[in-house]
Design a binder for this molecule. Structure first.
Ligand code: SF4
Length: 312
């Protein structure tokens, strides 16, 4: 009756500057297409003491960036009613007090239905919490969202985006979107396309619906033919590629903080780094800067990667 899950003490990999930190396991949401609640079971939240202990271990290894991980991190429930926003604040205070090298905190996955105003406030106030956010929308049509059992509407998602952008203007959003869910009409598809255009996500994980045996959606009678699913997916990909280019081009000319990550595969004189918004940037720099935060000027855009130059 009380779900149990034993979290590993740490999932740190030798030499990593960025690492995942599991904070919960399982899911209670039962989206109608998803197998996770059946195979992983109900939500179990990791005790705060274990999370802070892992952060200390990671700090000892010089880790700079962590991603708090769970199927639905926003529904974290710790002892004494600690919710996700309280957990984030507690983590930030702990990192400050211990003078930790961990300067960037990300989290995934976030369910829009559990994304509270208090969480937006924490993102706005806490410098270590990164402003690149992934919030899966899955669809833009209310009837499909209902059939998916996502428990939010198009309007609620758009309101969330509006609140985030007005409180944290530098935020960049990415998403997941699924086309060809059973019963999806042309009109539903147009709703999905119009949501993508309205929000202007910086990038998106786009895919078509694939039935998973054992889920309610797999038993739905109104499955969409594969050719139609592929066609709709391609249309969304084409729309999103244009949006990605437009959103990223706006940033050319800025100076940004970058975590230098690895040597570029294309040019041994260049390093690849990551921005706070989780974009990739290539810039000429010595190997000794790998694992360090540096300032980089964005010179241009090459595909989905910025080209930049190190600011002294
Ligand atoms: S899609 Fe995400 S929120 Fe929905 S049931 Fe699966 S894991 Fe849970």
């Amino acid at each position: 009756e009380e779900p149990v899950y034993v979290f590993a003490e740490t999932s740190y990999e030798e030499g990593a500057f960025s690492t995942f930190v599991p904070i919960m396991h399982g899911c209670n949401n039962f989206c109608s297409y998803c197998i996770v609640p059946y195979v992983r079971g109900r939500e179990v939240s990791r005790p705060i003491e274990q999370i802070l202990h892992e952060l200390d271990v990671l700090a000892g290894h010089g880790v700079k960036e962590i991603t708090l991980l769970g199927q639905n991190v926003n529904s974290y429930k710790g002892a004494d009613g600690m919710n996700f926003q309280a957990l984030l604040k507690t983590i930030c205070r702990h990192l400050e007090q211990t003078n930790s090298p961990i300067e960037w905190i990300r989290f995934e996955s976030s369910n829009p239905k559990d994304f509270s105003d208090e969480l937006i406030e924490v993102i706005a106030q806490e410098k270590r919490v990164c402003t690149g956010l992934h919030i899966a929308v899955q669809h833009g049509s209310n009837s499909i969202l209902k059939a998916m059992n996502r428990k939010y509407t198009r309007e609620q998602y758009l309101l969330l985006v509006q609140k985030l952008r007005s409180r944290v203007p530098e935020i960049q959003l990415t998403t997941d979107i699924m086309l060809g869910f059973p019963g999806e009409t042309e009109e539903d598809f147009e709703q999905a396309a119009s949501l993508m255009k309205e929000v202007e996500f910086e990038s998106a994980f786009m895919y078509y619906y694939n039935p998973r045996e054992g889920t309610p959606a797999a038993k739905m009678q109104n499955q969409i033919p594969l050719e139609v699913k592929k066609e709709r997916l391609q249309k969304i990909i084409d729309i999103q590629l244009g949006i990605t280019r437009k959103v990223m081009e706006k940033q050319v000319g800025r100076n940004i903080r970058v975590l230098a990550d690895i040597i570029s595969r294309d040019n041994a004189k260049e390093l690849l780094g990551k921005t706070e918004q989780n974009e990739r940037i290539a810039f000429e720099a010595p190997v000794s800067l790998i694992g360090k935060f540096v300032q980089v000027h964005i010179d241009s855009l090459n595909g989905n990667t910025f080209k930049g130059s190190l600011v002294q």
